[in-house]
Design a protein around this ligand. Sequence first.
Ligand code: PAF
Length: 286
Amino acid sequence: MRIVRTVADLRAALAPVRGSGSVGLVPTMGALHDGHLELARQARADNDAVVLSIFVNPTQFNDPSDLAAYPRDEGKDVDLAASVGVDYVFAPEVTEVYPPGFSATVTLHGPIVEALEGAHRGVGHFQGVTTVVAKLFGMVSPDRAYFGQKDAQQVRVVQAMVADLNIPTQIVVVSTVREPDGLAMSSRNRRLSPFDRARAAHVAEALRAAELAAAGGISDAWSLLHSARKVLTDNAIDVEYLELVDADTFRPIPVLVTGPAVLAVAVVIGGTRLIDNVVLRQGSAS
Ligand code: PAF
């Protein structure tokens, strides 16, 4: 496995594969965990060459202290990427991605970027994500790119971006990987104290409560959200948002109908912000 720092070196490395084989990209901000490794395993199974990018993208952080606190351990990440068969770790400097004079942005509009994460982290968050993901797609020209369902809204935003801009990259969505107690894997989990780590399991428990309610035939948003919120409030967890939205438009919905809906949550536990979600359908969990 090779570590590549520049776009020119990456393109040269991938040149022999182009035309005859496929390239898979796993975009990450490092601090790899088993959720990322699952994306890389899927990319390895699907493609001839696998690139895993590690770039803590400053433009998607609304809070400078959150950016400063973002965990970084490139040495460990490189070992983990090698262990699942990644061919190239692409770890550019900030100036390689945003050279002096850089002024482009990729901006989507509407509820998919304005709801939930957009409302709470600011619309600049998804602008930062779409800009860097578009840049990574331009740098790597992947046939497929792999994203986790844990970031359901990010997945929908990236899908909309590739559709709107006719980017010929297939977006592959991989199921959320969870700890044995249900906590969704996240680079932020390592910031939790042992006490808060134990409390964080209630986030998945809350989603599960809504999932069971939906499976039991409850379809109105108020009742579904109430069943989830009760678990969180009973455990004194600060809820930033808890919403039921249409899985395609990300507009809030009052009742489950035929299409899939996303019940999405953001909480703050011991100063650490965590997000998670579950996909619900009328009369069943999925
Ligand atoms: O999900 C992430 O880790 C980031 O948002 C991404 C997709 C790597 C863009 O910086």
